[in-house]
Design a protein around this ligand. Structure first.
Ligand code: FES
Length: 162
């Protein structure tokens, strides 16, 4: 890993410092810190890994391994809109895989990717807690049950192109 802390802007570095300072003393602090960083910035900057590792007395590889192990954590800023499609069992049984394939066409980006214009990221996830209304999708923190490609296209059509 070649990233250094100096690649972070002063604001982001101060923000990560604040989160680390608030949570580092807690048992198992790494995950809460990563969640807090992502909740605040929308992703976990690669350049923040050394800073977090140093604060927790972990290696960079350990922190990087956790960030990359959990699909929840993003290493890059997401698009302006985030579409999460559940691929867990109940949703799979009701067509989630086909929906994910259709979503890639409808949204114009690949799973785990962000469209070139930065408008949308498409993220497969595992259970959104809406199993009774499968297939379930989260669009910008709003849950939608019984999603179809047509409904997803209609939602995307409401997004500003700015
Ligand atoms: S399995 Fe998809 S929301 Fe639970």
């Amino acid at each position: 890993m070649t990233e250094t802390v100096t690649e972070l802007s002063d604001d982001v570095r101060a923000l990560v410092d604040g989160i680390v300072g608030r949570l580092a003393a807690e048992p198992g602090a790494l995950l809460p810190i990563l969640h807090a960083v992502q909740d605040t910035l929308g992703y976990v900057p690669k350049a923040a890994v050394p800073q977090i590792a140093q604060a927790l007395n972990l290696s960079r590889a350990e922190v990087h391994g956790v960030v990359t192990y959990y699909h929840h954590f993003r290493g890059e800023p997401p698009g302006r809109h985030v579409v999460q499609i559940c691929r867990a069992e109940a949703c799979q049984a009701l067509g989630a895989e086909a929906l994910l394939a259709q979503a890639q066409t409808v949204l114009g980006c690949t799973a785990h990717g962000t469209r070139a214009d930065g408008a949308v990221s498409l993220e497969p996830v595992y259970c959104l807690g809406l199993c009774a209304l499968s297939p379930a999708v989260m669009v910008d923190d709003k849950l939608h049950g019984r999603m179809t490609a047509q409904r997803l296209e209609a939602i995307a059509a409401t997004w500003s192109t700015a």
